[in-house]
Design a protein around this ligand. Structure first.
Ligand code: SF4
Length: 390
């Protein structure tokens, strides 16, 4: 592969405060830190894609962290990255993640001329008591105002993130959040069951009995409810955790699930390129014999990355062609479209898929292998067995 990846992920490692369940790479922001991060991201990107070497990136995704805490710096950063990676003209998808407290209407309006096309808003819940358990820095009212500001531009696609299985969240609260998410006019909704990550403040609360542990059965019921209610509103499941009005699926995230190479910028950012293109991302090591794909990630310590934003990736993993095909099969099964028989054969997983059909977790229909309703609920088992090839 000699083609430059068409997809770029930029990690903004700053938040207004740390949520109780969060183990993502982010630190509490300040004016000075925000300036430093923007400068370092721009330097790293400019080194990865010297002007003119990439004239066709089709998706750009600013994740975090909370990109919207950059305020007026964010449209400037987006413009700089679009120039560096050649994201131009109609048809490119440029997404920024945002939180309700910092996605004020003036920022939403300023993102449009900078070329942003989507805003992914981290609402998590429209129930203030659930937001307090999560330690979120906003309330339901600010989430509705932020969503309204995005929709009022008339030019931005809105995606809303919701979280289910939160301690203290009951089905009534969950249904109310789904209704209010639908009412914003969002064309895309992501739904994640809460996982309590070791070492987080929420983990300590659960271990000490201050909070009950999340109930996986209730979370599973909530996922079913989400599928039913969102589907009734025309927002249909296209991936394990993602729902969209047809035509409004995330093209950037779809690239992850369909084996397309993508570049990473920023601390803890992960990327994937063909093994032959390792030099594009500063990996000078010779690929081992048989390597077809390189997965890599930059330093996850924000200060370490800021000290050396041009350092090569801190983590690399080479995959053989067989492993890459198996990975493509595993990721492809996350999609409601499933995978085709050719990929299943190339990945050498036909036997595994047949046994998953026997367990009621997959089906084979219309010449595709697809996850069943039961398979959605037991997704980790499906994906783990496909990856393990057994
Ligand atoms: S806003 Fe997101 S990234 Fe920031 S602390 Fe909360 S969960 Fe973590």
């Amino acid at each position: 592969m000699t083609e430059f990846p068409e997809h770029v992920y930029v990690h903004v490692p700053l938040c207004v405060s740390k949520c109780g369940y969060c183990d993502f790479c982010s630190v509490v922001t300040s004016e000075r830190l925000a300036d430093t991060v923007v400068a370092a991201l721009t330097v790293q990107a400019s080194t990865l894609a010297p002007a003119g070497s990439c004239a066709h990136a089709s998706t750009l995704y600013f994740g975090g962290g909370t990109p919207s805490v950059l305020g007026a710096r964010l449209p400037r950063l987006v413009t700089a990255m679009r120039t560096v990676f050649g994201v131009a003209g109609e048809g490119a998808e440029v997404t920024v993640e945002a939180n309700p407290d910092s996605m004020v209407p003036a920022l939403a309006a300023a993102l449009v001329p900078a070329g942003v096309t989507r805003v992914s808003l981290g609402v998590q819940s429209f129930d203030d008591s659930v937001l307090r358990v999560l330690g979120r820095p906003h309330d339901a009212g600010s989430a509705e105002r932020a969503a309204g500001g995005v929709m009022a531009t008339g030019a931005l696609d809105l995606s809303i993130d919701l979280m289910c299985g939160v301690p203290g969240q009951d089905m009534r609260s969950w249904e109310e959040s789904l209704v209010r998410a639908i009412d914003t006019g969002a064309a895309h909704v992501s739904v994640y069951p809460l996982t309590v990550e070791p070492g987080t403040p929420m983990d300590a609360q659960v271990l000490s009995g201050v909070l009950p542990a999340p109930d996986p059965d209730l979370a599973a019921e909530m996922m079913l409810t989400a599928e039913r209610m969102l589907g009734a509103a025309g927002i249909v499941r296209y991936e394990v955790a993602n729902f969209a009005v047809p035509g409004h699926e995330s093209r950037h995230n779809s690239a992850y699930w369909t084996g397309r190479p993508y570049l990473a910028v920023g601390p803890a950012a992960h990327g994937m390129v063909a093994a032959d293109d390792a030099r594009l991302v500063g990996v000078s090591a010779t690929a081992p014999a048989g390597a077809a794909r390189l997965r890599y990630a930059y330093a996850s310590d924000v200060q370490a990355w800021l000290d050396a934003p041009l350092a090569p990736p801190a983590e690399i993993e080479w995959l053989t062609a067989d492993e890459a095909a198996r990975e493509d099969a595993m990721l492809g099964l996350r999609l409601s479209a499933g995978i085709d028989p050719a990929l299943a054969s190339r990945a050498g997983v036909v036997g595994v898929l047949e046994s998953l059909v026997g367990d009621g977790l997959l089906e084979r229909a219309d010449d595709r292998w697809r996850v069943t309703q039961r398979g959605w609920l037991l997704g980790n088992q499906v994906f783990g067995r496909v990856w393990a090839g057994e």
